[in-house]
Structure formats: structure tokens, C-alpha cells
Design a protein around this ligand. Structure first.
Ligand code: GDP
Ligand code: MG
Length: 163
């Protein structure tokens, strides 16, 4: 069985944009199967010759952080259980939010590989804005722009080495 990579983070940071860039084919989600929730998208990906499954979480979570805090927490806990590695996406244009702190707190306890992806680094001038994400206590981060694909290669190189 191929490894599972889960993409987590609060709404609007760019999880689905990154997911759509990664996947080559989407697996059917069978609603009647218990435990398969419709707010999770599954896909297959491959990088450097290594195949893996990807889960995009929080598909139907829209709106402000506080309203959906419980739901995001549930998604992160599911991902921690199910995945072999986790990509935690944050948004450089917003900086660290209280919800990011909450997710980081859950992830700091996990022994599985965690990759912190600072997204929406669309230009070199935003690189320096990413420094603050060291404060999440998760160590090194990768900067990327899921929309253009810039920086995603370095993240994927490291990710597949950990699978
Ligand atoms: P999700 O809620 O975390 O799945 O986020 P989405 O993938 O739906 O993206 C939320 C918004 O951020 C959309 O308007 C995207 O076009 C935008 N977005 C995603 N990636 C980037 C990026 O690299 N740069 C910029 N500037 N915007 C992005
Ligand atoms: Mg999404």
C-alpha cells in the first residue's frame, strides 16, 4: 500500500490549490461507506518515482476560524491518525493566526513527519515575511506558491524522502 500524505490547515490558506497541483487522478469517494466523509478529497500522486495518496482536508469548511474551530481540530486529528506524513499549510499574507497556533499545538505532539508549507510566497519579497512561522515551534519550513507551483518541488523532494 502506498503512503498517505494529509494536507491540513485552516480555511483559505491554499490547501486545495496545492492538492489539485499534486494529484493525477482523484479516487472516487463512496458516500455510503461509513467513515468516509465528503469533506475529504482523496487523490493519487507521484514524485521522483514514488507514488503516494494525498488527502485534502476541510473541503466544506468555509468562513471564519472561530466558527469552525472544532471541525478543523477534528480534521487534523483524523489526519494525524490516518496519514504517514502531514503537510501543514499556512498563509504568509496573513501571518500566524490563533487557529494556526491551535493546529501547530496538535502537530507538535506527533512523531510522524510534519512539513510546514508557508504558502502564497508569490515573490522573493515575501520570503522574509515567512520568518515568523518559526514561532510555531515546528522547525524548518518550506516557502511555496501553490498557485504557480514555485517552491513546491523542494517540499516534495523532502516529503517523498520521508515516506
Ligand atoms: P483552502 O481553503 O485551504 O483549500 O484554500 P484554497 O486552495 O481554496 O485557496 C484559497 C484562496 O487562496 C484561493 O483564492 C486561491 O486562489 C488562493 N491561493 C492559493 N494558493 C495561492 C498562492 O500560491 N498565492 C496566492 N496569491 N494565492 C493563492
Ligand atoms: Mg480547500
Amino acid at each position: 500500500m502506498s503512503s498517505i500524505v494529509a494536507i491540513v490547515g485552516r480555511p483559505n490558506v491554499g490547501k486545495s490549490t496545492f492538492f489539485n497541483r499534486l494529484i493525477q487522478r482523484r479516487e472516487a469517494i463512496v458516500d455510503s461507506v461509513s467513515g468516509v466523509t465528503r469533506d475529504r478529497n482523496y487523490g493519487k500522486s507521484e514524485w521522483n518515482g514514488k507514488e503516494f495518496s494525498v488527502i485534502d482536508t476541510g473541503g466544506y469548511i468555509k468562513g471564519s476560524d472561530d466558527v469552525f474551530e472544532g471541525e478543523i481540530r477534528r480534521q487534523v486529528e483524523l489526519a494525524i491518525d490516518e496519514a504517514d506524513a502531514i503537510v501543514f499549510v499556512v498563509d504568509v499574507t496573513e501571518g500566524i493566526t490563533p487557529m494556526d497556533e491551535e493546529v501547530a499545538k496538535l502537530l507538535r505532539k506527533v512523531t510522524k513527519p510534519i512539513f510546514l508549507a508557508v504558502n502564497k510566497v508569490d515573490s522573493g519579497s515575501r520570503e522574509k515575511d515567512a520568518f515568523e512561522f518559526y514561532n510555531l515551534g515546528l522547525g524548518e519550513y518550506f516557502t511555496m506558491a501553490g498557485m504557480s507551483g514555485s517552491g513546491t518541488g523542494d517540499l516534495l523532494d523532502a516529503l517523498v524522502l520521508a515516506l
